[in-house]
Design a binder for this molecule. Structure first.
Ligand code: FAD
Ligand code: NAD
Length: 468
């Protein structure tokens, strides 16, 4: 059996791992990335990219259906139909192009990719397994764990149960047909992004959330706009209910409310989206006896674990489980190993939910600023007063800014509305650059764009908005 020696081993080729490997190789560090499945990880194969492809297809189909009922802008189409098998094949084509691209980038930069499952033997030695057999042993100076996360299963309703009715996001992203009735368990990111997409693709969708509100990670001023949109779209939302399992005929989900009353919701498929958990088991990680933070590997602000020269990034290191956070950590760890002085202390990690309308939060909400003892000014500008929104037939939602009262330093942005995900770059930049309300208000924003609502929110916070 072959034994190889390198400077850095990266376990996992998701956005955290592949970015770390590319950057390390760019910096001249001998790097081997071990991936047991597909390069690109959850994000490219079964997460961010395929979900946004399905959301896009569902939006286009919905638009065509909307026009078939007649439209105010004069477009008429006959009743549209969708070939979901072709849609999925289009989505798979995008995934293939991107994963092939990741392989090419790793190669171009000089990082070596080893196909197989990494089994950690100690902090400096990893066995590569194929079909349960060790095919290679690699020793290293630095070990970077980027093994990602897996969907949380409900023990009484595991994935695949109910004769395959109970599915995770992975199966939901590759349907062969659209179910008539879809029950979604969990009103968080995945439940609502995919629940809305399935509704637009023609399913009757019911979302069951155990808390008393949807999207608990976002503040209620934002989520109530989504709640209204869900109602208009015909997505049923059941709050404050716990799922008990499938009924005996496996054609309905049993529910219980806080008073202990039971009810049932008919289903053809059940998408369970109740969170993801760090992937820490089954590859010898336990042998390192690392300090843990709940189920996640505990890291410091340089992504160091409790063992010297063992690093962890991305979902395996806990919340927020977002691809851009994993990538930023991966780049940083590579630079630290190369001798640069870096710390993971971003001004903010933007969060975007690709519901319809979309949500963006960057930095502190008014409530978070208040809780942090910051005396703040808050102002919002509605898209109803933005010309571009009107031309896009979407005037729901708003942009809100939160800034310190004393020096007008911006500490947070929130937005809800069509297409606001693209505003997250401007929001993030303004926080990272330490912009004040005057900086944003004094920047010429192109007309007509949604971005003008950003400038107007800053102007409004200063007391002199121009279009409201
Ligand atoms: P992963 O992407 O999970 O990659 C880990 C890799 O490690 C996998 O390829 C796995 O095969 C490999 N691996 C694990 N163990 C081993 C081993 N022992 N040996 C070899 N290889 C191993 N985030 C966003 O920011 N925006 C979004 O829009 C978004 N949408 C999402 C939609 C869905 C449906 C899902 C499920 C997730 C979404 N996410 C989104 C979250 C995002 O996918 C994750 O935060 C991101 O992929 C984490 O990157 P990672 O590198 O930490 O891990
Ligand atoms: P989530 O944490 O976003 O939402 C889970 C929801 O399920 C919560 O609202 C929770 O209260 C609810 N819940 C938990 N147990 C329940 C139960 N037994 N019955 C009913 N409801 C229950 O998790 P998710 O939607 O599975 O997504 C996982 C992670 O993937 C996200 O936290 C996020 O980090 C990432 N993700 C990000 C994006 C994005 O950035 N746009 C999109 C999809 C996924």
């Amino acid at each position: 059996m072959q034994t190889t020696s390198t400077t850095l081993i990266v376990i996992g080729g998701g956005p955290g791992g592949y970015i770390a490997a590319i950057r390390a190789a760019q910096l001249g560090i001998a790097t081997i990335l071990i991936e047991g499945d597909q390069l690109g990880g959850t994000c490219l194969n079964i997460g961010c990219i395929p979900s946004k492809a399905l959301i896009h297809a569902s939006e286009e189909f919905e638009k065509a259906k909307h026009y078939s009922h007649g439209s105010s802008i004069g477009i008429q189409v006959s009743t549209p139909s969708i070939n979901i098998v072709q849609t999925i094949s289009w989505k798979d084509g995008i995934v293939k192009r991107l994963t092939t691209g990741v392989g090419a980038l790793l190669k171009k930069n000089g990082a070596q990719v080893v196909k197989g499952w990494a089994q950690i033997l100690d902090g400096k030695t990893v066995a590569v397994m194929q079909d349960g057999k060790e095919v290679q042993r690699i020793t290293c100076q630095h070990l970077l764990i980027a093994s990602g996360s897996t969907p949380v299963e409900l023990p009484f309703m595991p994935f695949g149960s109910g004769s395959g009715k109970v599915i995770s996001s992975t199966e939901a992203l590759s349907p062969t047909e659209i179910p008539k009735k879809l029950v979604v368990v969990g009103g968080g990111y995945i439940g609502l992004e995919l629940g809305i997409a399935y509704r637009k693709l023609g399913a009757e969708v019911s979302v069951v959330e155990s808390l008393d509100r949807i999207l608990p990670a976002y503040d209620e001023d934002l989520t109530k706009v989504v709640k209204t949109a869900l109602k208009q779209l015909g997505v049923e939302v059941h709050l404050g209910l716990t799922v008990q399992g499938l009924n005996a005929d496996e054609n309905a989900v049993r529910l219980k409310n806080a008073a202990g009353e039971e009810s049932e919701l008919a289903c053809d498929k059940v998408l369970v989206a109740v969170g993801r958990r760090p992937r820490t088991e089954g590859f010898g990680l336990e042998s390192l006896m690392l300090d843990m933070n709940g189920r996640a590997i505990k890291i410091d602000d340089q992504c160091r674990t409790s063992m010297r020269d063992v690093w962890a990034i991305g979902d395996v290191a806990g919340e927020p489980m977002l691809a851009h956070r994993a990538m930023a950590q991966g780049e940083m760890v590579a630079e630290i190993i190369a001798g640069k002085r870096r710390h993971f202390t971003p001004a903010s990690i933007p969060a975007v939910c690709f519901t319809d309308p979309e949500l963006v939060v960057v930095g502190k909400s008014p409530q978070e600023a208040q809780a942090a003892g910051i005396d703040c000014i808050t102002a919002m500008f509605p898209f109803a007063a933005n010309g571009r929104s009107m031309t896009l037939e979407s005037s729901e939602g708003f942009v809100r800014v939160v800034a310190r009262k004393d020096n007008h330093l911006i500490v947070g942005w929130q937005a809800v509305g069509k297409g606001v995900s693209e505003l997250s770059a401007a929001f993030g930049l303004s926080l990272e650059m330490g912009a004040t309300l005057e900086d944003v208000a004094g920047t010429i924003h192109s007309h007509p764009t949604l971005g003008e609502a950003v400038q107007e929110a800053a102007l409004r916070a200063l007391g002199h908005a121009l279009h409201i």
